[in-house]
Design a protein around this ligand. Structure first.
Ligand code: NDP
Length: 338
């Protein structure tokens, strides 16, 4: 038996179904029949978690569901040969909180296919602070570097690499990882006055007001960026594509500003720009492991601490409301045992 945030769908006669979100006890017998049982220590509140915990549609695909796309804890029991009781593990995405019970729970039973080991030098709390956001930022950096190997663009010393949604979880970690790799980083935010110096502390060398990127411009604009990591989508992504230099790569992972893409093919066919999609949920284990190794070895963990607030399990919903209201910078970790 352990506490968990359970999401249920309630059918309505003449209207769309509604959702309930309840922190309640879930017996072990109700957990899925998977090979690895984990005593969860920490989870986190990502953008997707914020949607789920506030009862929004679009993430959970089967009911009842346990919320939480991230999970960090200790293996309690395992019938899988790769994992033994006492191992510290992390699981990000892989359908958690969508089609598989997630990590905002004291106990979880998970499949082993996407589990990664938490290295000794990383505490469980810090592993959750990295979470989907940090692991996705690392996937984006790998995509950028992979693109640059092919084209020769995105070299340290070249035009800056732009990070959009810079004040968010993905954006903040992306800035720190890019700066650690020697890139000149430009950070785009809607909170220039509030976060400008903080984003510089993470490693950004220039700050761009996001309003500059949210207006439609010419299909090919002045080349300002050697590449970009975009968690905003919409007009912002279209504008960024029009401003990337010849051969540059844009890693697109999010839709904080909208799911549409009002762009033209011009950046692709006249500047050889690559749009690299990043999906952390379905990433195969080898790519997951590469991103996890990168973020746990390259990220300054003291810097990560300064970006992280930890809340007890009972406060996860109010944290989610703050995320959707745009009032959060960085990462929110949930201590599920508190
Ligand atoms: P956060 O809520 O932490 O950050 C999102 C940031 O986007 C905000 O801090 C804000 O930055 C900016 N933003 C918010 N609304 C708008 C808007 N209307 N227009 C422009 N910018 C806006 O979210 P995460 O960092 O956790 O996630 C970011 C995005 O990436 C989300 O869409 C999420 O779903 C997606 N994502 C995708 C993954 C994948 O596998 N593809 C994995 C993880 C996340 P600022 O205040 O600095 O402007």
């Amino acid at each position: 038996m352990g506490r968990a945030y359970v999401i249920e769908q309630v059918e309505q006669e003449d209207a769309k179904p509604t959702r309930t979100v309840e922190l309640r006890d879930v017996p072990d017998a109700s957990l899925p029949d998977e090979s690895v049982t984990v005593d969860v220590e920490f989870s986190s509140v990502n953008y997707k978690d914020a949607l789920v915990l506030t009862g929004k549609a679009g993430v959970v695909r089967s009911f009842p569901m346990v919320a939480g796309i991230d999970l960090v804890g200790v293996v309690a029991a395992s019938s899988d040969p790769d994992w033994t009781p006492g191992d510290r593990v992390a699981l990000f995405g892989d359908g958690l909180s969508e089609t598989r019970f997630g990590g905002l729970a004291e106990r979880a039973r998970v499949r082993p296919d996407a589990l990664v080991r938490v290295p000794d030098h990383v505490s469980s709390e810090r592993a959750a602070a990295i979470g989907t956001a940090g692991y996705t930022a690392a996937l984006c950096v790998l995509a950028l570097e992979h693109g640059s190997l092919a084209s020769g663009a995105v070299q340290p010393g070249g035009l800056p690499v732009l990070v959009t949604g810079a004040g968010g979880g993905v954006g903040s970690v992306a800035i720190a990882l890019l700066a650690a790799a020697g890139f000149d980083v430009a950070a785009s935010t809607g909170r220039v006055d509030e976060l400008g110096s903080e984003l510089r502390r993470l490693g950004a060398t220039s700050i761009v007001d996001r309003a500059e990127l949210s207006e439609a411009g010419r299909p090919l604009a002045t080349q300002r960026w050697s590449g970009a990591i975009d968690s905003v989508g919409g007009q912002t992504l279209a504008t960024v594509l029009s401003q990337v230099e010849y051969g540059g790569t844009v890693a697109a992972c999010g839709l904080a500003g909208g799911p549409d893409l009002p762009a033209t093919v011009m950046p692709f066919i006249l500047r050889g720009v690559t749009l690299a999609g990043v999906n952390s949920v379905e990433a195969p284990l080898a790519l997951r492991q590469a991103a996890w190794d990168r973020v746990t070895s390259a990220l300054d963990l003291d810097l990560l601490d300064s970006l992280t607030a930890t809340v007890p399990l009972a406060d996860a919903v109010s944290a989610a409301e703050r995320v959707l209201a745009g009032g959060v910078h960085g990462r929110i970790v949930v201590d599920v045992r508190a």
